[in-house]
Ligand binder design. Structure first.
Ligand code: GLC
Length: 556
C-alpha cells in the first residue's frame, strides 16, 4: 500500500500549472507505482473540498473535490485506472471532524433545526462571576504549539517542574455562545457521532465513494471519534516526562476524551457494515490510531478480516536488533486471528525514515517490512530514501509547524528548480523542493541497479514469487550475534531466511538450529542483486555488511 500525499506528489503535465499536486498526477504516475515500485494498492491523502489548514484533513465537503487537485471525474478516472491495472485504491476518510466553514457547522452554530447537535456543544461551567469556563480538562491532540510557546518564554508563571498546559479541546464560539469540541485545530470541529443524523450523513459519504468503485478506506484518527458522554476528567499520566515530551497532551490519560470503548466499538462496526453489505468488491479498511498495543488489537478484533489498525510499533523505536525483534514478534503474536498484518516505517506525520535511521538502515527497514507477513505501507518517497526537507518559516503550511519537512515534493528528476514535480514558478510550489535530495530522483534511481528504488522493486517482486515469502508463516530464529535479527518464513517444504545487521560495522553471524542446508542469497539491501553470495552455511556462519539485510533461500 502506497501513500501519495496529493499536494506534493505530482502535478499532471497537461493542466495549467499551479504548483500543487493533482489527482490526475497520481493517475499519470500509476505506471511508476505499479511497474517501477511494484505496489498494487494506493491510498491518496484527502482530496476533498478544503481550506487546506491541515493538509486536506480539514474538510468542507466530503463529497466534492478540491479544485486545486481536480474534479470528481478525475477521481473516477483514477479509480478506474487503478482497477485496469488490477491495483486497489482506498480513500482517506476524515470521520472525526469537519471544518468550521462546513455548511453543517454553519447551520449548527445557528442552531438550525436538525443541526443543533451535529457537533459536541457545551455551555461550560461558571466561574464566581458567572463567566463560562472549560467543561473539563480534556486536551487537544495538537498541543505541541504550547510547548514551542513555552520555549519562546511564554507561560513564565509556571514553575520549572510544572508541565506545560495542553491546548484545551474546547473552543468558545461567540455565535452560539457555547464551547465546541475540537481534537485538532480550532477550525476542525468534532462531529457528534451519537446523533443518528450525523451517523447517517457520514455513512452516506462512505456509500457515495464506494459506488464510484473505491475499495475501502483509511479511517483518520478513528479512536478520537469516541468520547465519554459523562465528560469525566482525564487523570494524570504517571509516565509523562515534561523534558522528553514534545506534546503536553501526553500528560493526560486517554480514557475519556478518546478511546471510549463501547462507542468506539459501535462506530467501527457501523463503518465496516456499510462496506460489508454493499455488494461491492472485497473491501479493506485501515484504522488510524496512536494507542497502546492492547487497544489497537482490541479495535482490530472487531472485524479482523476487514479492518485492521495501522501497526506503528517500530516507527518510533530504536534501531536495535533485540528491540525490533521483540516489537515485531509481540505484534504478530497478539494480532487477532484473520487480520492481515501491516508494517509501517514512516508517514506524513512523522520524520522521514532515512532521516531518523540513516540511509543504509532505512533500506534495511524497508526490506524487513516487505519480507514480513502481510502488507507493507510506504509513505511516498520512502522508496527513494528521501530525507526531511527544511521548510522556511514563511512557507509553513502545517498548523503544528513541524510536519511540512516530511511532506516536501517528490523528487521525480534532477532538473532545477522543481525536480519534475510541477512546471509552475518555484515560489508558487505548495512546499519547496528539498534540493539536497536531487541526486535521489526517481529517474536516476530507475537507471541504477543498486538504488533504493530498485531494491524496493526487487524485494517486492521476490516477496511475491517466492511462495514462502508470499504466504509462509513467521518463524522466529535465534542468532549467535545480538546485532543481527533473523526470522524465517515457512510454507510446507519451502522456506526463506531474512537476516538484518543492525550495527554500523560488519558482523559475523550464524544460526545454530541444526539447519544444514546450503543457501543462496536472493537479495541484499546493499548490493540488491549483485552480491554473489552462494553456498552460504547458516550453521557455520558468514558476514553481513554494516546495516545490511539479506534474504536467503535453500539452494535447489
Ligand atoms: C491524522 C492525520 C493527520 C491529521 C489529523 C487530523 O492523524 O494523519 O495528518 O492532521 O489526523 O485530521
Amino acid at each position: 500500500m502506497y501513500y501519495p500525499y496529493v499536494p506534493t506528489y505530482y502535478e499532471d503535465s497537461t493542466r495549467e500549472q499551479k504548483g500543487v499536486g493533482s489527482i490526475r498526477g497520481i493517475t499519470e504516475k500509476l505506471s511508476y507505482l505499479n511497474e517501477d515500485v511494484g505496489v498494487d494498492a494506493v491510498w491518496p491523502s484527502p482530496f476533498y473540498k478544503s481550506p487546506m489548514l491541515d493538509g486536506g484533513y480539514d474538510v468542507d465537503d466530503h463529497m466534492d473535490v478540491n479544485p486545486d487537485f481536480g474534479t470528481i471525474a478525475d477521481v473516477e478516472e483514477l479509480v478506474q485506472s487503478c482497477h485496469n491495472r488490477d491495483m486497489r485504491i482506498i480513500f482517506d476518510y476524515v470521520s472525526n471532524h469537519t471544518t468550521i466553514t462546513h455548511p453543517w457547522f454553519q447551520a449548527s452554530r445557528k442552531r438550525e433545526p436538525g443541526y443543533e447537535d451535529f457537533y459536541h456543544w457545551n455551555a461550560g461551567k461558571r466561574d464566581k462571576d458567572g463567566n463560562p469556563t472549560l467543561p473539563n480538562n480534556w486536551p487537544s491532540r495538537f498541543s505541541e504549539p504550547n510547548k514551542k510557546a513555552r520555549e519562546r518564554g511564554e507561560f513564565q508563571d509556571l514553575g520549572l517542574d510544572e508541565p506545560t498546559p495542553a491546548v484545551p479541546m474546547w473552543q468558545w464560539d461567540d455565535a452560539r455562545g457555547e464551547y465546541y469540541m475540537r481534537t485538532f485545530i480550532k477550525e476542525q470541529a468534532d462531529l457528534n457521532w451519537n446523533n443518528p443524523r450525523v451517523e447517517k450523513a457520514m455513512l452516506d459519504i462512505m456509500r457515495f465513494w464506494r459506488k464510484k468503485g473505491v475499495d475501502g478506506y483509511r479511517i483518520d484518527a478513528v479512536n478520537h471519534m469516541a468520547k465519554d458522554p459523562s465528560l469525566a476528567d482525564e487523570q494524570r499520566n504517571p509516565s509523562y516526562n515534561e523534558q522528553e515530551s514534545d506534546n503536553p497532551m501526553e500528560q493526560w490519560t486517554e480514557d475519556h476524551y478518546c478511546n471510549y470503548w463501547p462507542l468506539l466499538e459501535k462506530y467501527i462496526t457501523k463503518m465496516c457494515e456499510v462496506l460489508e453489505h454493499d455488494g461491492g468488491r472485497d473491501p479493506f479498511i485501515l484504522l488510524e490510531s496512536y494507542a497502546t498495543a492492547e487497544r489497537l488489537h482490541k479495535m482490530t478484533n472487531i472485524k479482523p478480516h476487514l479492518a485492521a489498525t495501522f501497526n506503528f510499533v517500530v516507527m518510533a523505536s530504536k534501531w536495535d536488533a533485540g528491540t525490533r525483534k521483540k516489537l515485531i514478534e509481540e505484534y504478530l503474536d497478539n494480532l487477532p486471528k484473520g487480520a492481515i498484518p501491516n508494517h509501517v516505517n514512516g508517514n506524513m506525520d512523522n520524520s522521514r525514515t532515512a532521516t531518523v535511521l540513516g540511509d543504509a538502515a532505512a533500506r534495511s527497514a524497508g526490506m524487513i517490512n516487505i519480507m514480513l507477513p502481510g502488507m507493507t505501507i510506504i509513505h511516498n518517497g520512502e522508496e527513494l530514501g528521501l530525507h526531511n526537507g527544511h521548510v522556511p518559516a514563511d512557507r509553513i503550511k502545517d498548523p503544528n509547524g513541524f510536519r511540512d519537512d516530511y511532506r516536501t515534493p517528490m523528487i521525480w528528476d534532477d532538473s532545477l528548480p522543481n525536480a519534475g514535480f510541477s512546471r509552475a514558478a518555484e515560489g508558487d510550489l505548495y512546499l519547496p523542493i528539498n534540493k539536497n535530495d536531487l541526486h535521489l530522483s526517481a529517474e536516476r534511481q530507475k537507471r541504477n541497479s543498486k538504488s533504493t528504488l530498485r531494491m524496493y522493486r526487487a524485494a517486492i517482486e521476490l516477496s511475491r514469487v517466492e511462495s514462502a515469502l508470499a504466504d509462509g508463516k513467521y518463524v522466529p530464529l535465534e542468532t549467535t550475534n545480538p546485532n543481527v535479527y533473523a526470522f524465517a518464513r515457512a510454507n510446507g517444504d519451502n522456506h526463506a531466511v531474512v537476516m538484518t545487521n543492525f550495527s554500523n560495522s560488519t558482523q559475523s553471524v550464524a544460526i545454530r538450529n541444526g539447519q544444514t542446508h546450503s543457501y543462496n542469497s536472493r537479495i541484499s539491501s546493499v548490493d540488491v542483486k549483485d552480491n554473489n553470495m552462494n553456498n552460504i552455511s547458516l550453521h557455520r556462519g558468514f558476514e553481513l555488511k554494516p546495516n545490511e539485510s539479506i534474504v536467503l533461500t535453500p539452494k535447489r
